[in-house]
Unconditional design. Structure first.
Length: 210
């Protein structure tokens, strides 16, 4: 059995050879066709060069806002065109999130997005971790944060009309987490990861570990 404390990646960036990068699309996102090769696990030799399409996108940040006093958390709902392949609805429950602008750090991005998307003021977002939402297709990195706030006055419809945003705020009870996850009501990676984190955090609190 693999012991986590002994895990080290077998290879590094020096074991990847980028042979060619061909730009194919430049817009809100960018698409490149990359020809590359990398070392093989068994032999350590280079494999045959191959191509991959990579979607280039700015780093993003998201924050799960919750209120320990009220035992509640905030999610937003908005239309997502890329989920039109679902059979029921392309409106998605999400955490507050956005792309990080040039010259901006993740906490500043999240403070701005919280006001724009939910009319909610947050002071000190706490970094949890970062991950690739879709490492097989996109180079986007997602920075996940958590923040506490007074949710007693939060609600309504928000968003930047110039960006065609129409965002509804929902306030849920901590007790709703298990139902949201079990019934498949939340269906995008950032919100699922965020709710699983909150669920584990609350369990640790209950057990007196934090």
């Amino acid at each position: 059995m693999l012991k986590v404390q002994h895990y080290r990646p077998q290879f590094s960036m020096q074991d990847v050879d980028i042979l060619q990068t061909e730009p194919r699309y430049r817009g809100f996102v960018q698409v490149d066709i990359v020809t590359l090769r990398h070392r093989l696990f068994a032999s350590g030799q280079w494999n045959t060069p191959f191509q991959r399409e990579i979607v280039r996108r700015r780093a993003a940040a998201g924050v799960l806002v919750h209120d320990p006093k009220l035992q509640k958390f905030l999610l937003i709902e908005q239309f997502r065109a890329a989920t039109l392949n679902l059979t029921d609805t392309p409106w998605q429950l999400e955490i507050i999130a956005g792309l990080i602008d040039d010259g901006e750090d993740a906490p500043s991005c999240l403070k701005r997005e919280a006001l724009e998307e939910a009319g909610c003021s947050i002071d000190t977002p706490r970094f949890i971790y970062q991950y690739h939402p879709s490492g097989g297709a996109s180079d986007e990195i997602f920075h996940f944060y958590v923040a506490t706030a007074d949710l007693s006055q939060c609600g309504g419809i928000h968003g930047e009309s110039s960006e065609h945003e129409d965002i509804k705020v929902h306030i849920f009870e901590y007790a709703d987490i298990a139902t949201l996850l079990a019934q498949g009501i939340v269906r995008n990676a950032p919100v699922i990861i965020a709710l699983q984190w909150l669920q584990f955090f609350l369990l640790q609190q209950k057990m007196g570990e934090i």
